[in-house]
Design a protein around this ligand. Sequence first.
Ligand SMILES: NC(=O)c1ccc[n+]([C@@H]2O[C@H](COP(=O)([O-])OP(=O)(O)OC[C@H]3O[C@@H](n4cnc5c(N)ncnc54)[C@H](OP(=O)(O)O)[C@@H]3O)[C@@H](O)[C@H]2O)c1
Length: 331
Amino acid sequence: MHYRPLGASGIRVSVLGFGAWQIGDPRYWGDDAESDAQAAVDTALDAGINFFDTAEVYGDGASEEALGKALGARREEVVIASKVAPEHCAPDKLFAACEESLRRLGTDYIDLYQVHWPFRDPSFEEAYAALDRLRHEGKIRAIGVSNFGRQDLTDWLAVGDAVSNQLGYNLVFRAVEYDIVPLCRRNDVAVIAYMPLMQGLLSGRWEKVDDIPPARRRTRHFSSRREGVRHGERGCERLLMETLGELRRFADAIGLPLATVALCWLLAQPGVSSAIIGARKPRQILRNVRAAELDIGPAAIAQINEITAPLKRALGPNADMWEGEDDARIR
Ligand SMILES: NC(=O)c1ccc[n+]([C@@H]2O[C@H](COP(=O)([O-])OP(=O)(O)OC[C@H]3O[C@@H](n4cnc5c(N)ncnc54)[C@H](OP(=O)(O)O)[C@@H]3O)[C@@H](O)[C@H]2O)c1
């Protein structure tokens, strides 16, 4: 495993992080016999993963609880990142939300406390002052944001600091490359990539769109005719499936699983400190951590960039995976 700095925080995180949404939300991810929070966390720790990401909203707190319980006495060895929901960013609510997260996690500090999505009310000044107080009190070690676009990140940084910005970023969703990642890099804000495997799509396990579980085909790639889709766009399903096919052939040609190639590519992107893999099955974790040790080289990266460029153009710079331009929450 390799470790990279989280902005200027002094905290070092493993290049692959553990996404704990999966271990506390069977309603979204489905009950699965292979899913075992304790085994997943133990496997990750043994593989050198020291970075664990959760949020108060995942399974209404069940993810934080499961993570805290599974880490147990090994809590001191790891970096815990959690997130406060945008509706809890007014000072009083924020203090209460942090206390609740601490209780569920069974710890007295959160290493990285992130604002899950941008908000308009209260002001960034008020929310930042509350977060800064939590930091002074030792309840959190560092402040981060998530899903902050160019305008919101600029406004936030005018008020205070953020060591990281957690963003949806993967081979078939490169919208953050247009201007958000460059802004993060100029300001030493570490990029933490979520959905590195596009919720499993980048493992190549589904051949047809109809095979993908409905909850996982609601992004702007998919037609707004599909169940639960909110973006109102036509989508680009054909281009997506063609791109995945080409990526699979490329991965076969270099003798690696597509998921490994997708993670290697992401870890080679400038500004990325860690990619958080959704992890509830030890077998998948073991397979995915191999990517941390591999360097597929600049020629392969360039080829992959070319394969995915048409999809990047088709989806454009709107970094909200689920909402169309007019309702985009990432601005
Ligand atoms: N900040 C935000 O707004 C935000 C949003 C979303 C996620 N996140 C964070 O990011 C974490 C990861 O996101 P994500 O859940 O979308 O991650 P992901 O890594 O893109 O997808 C994870 C899913 O992919 C499948 N998978 C993983 N490895 C595989 C393999 N080798 N072969 C086949 N399938 C494989 C698994 O599905 P099965 O379990 O069904 O097998 C797994 O649950 C979350 O846990 C959360 O902490 C943050």
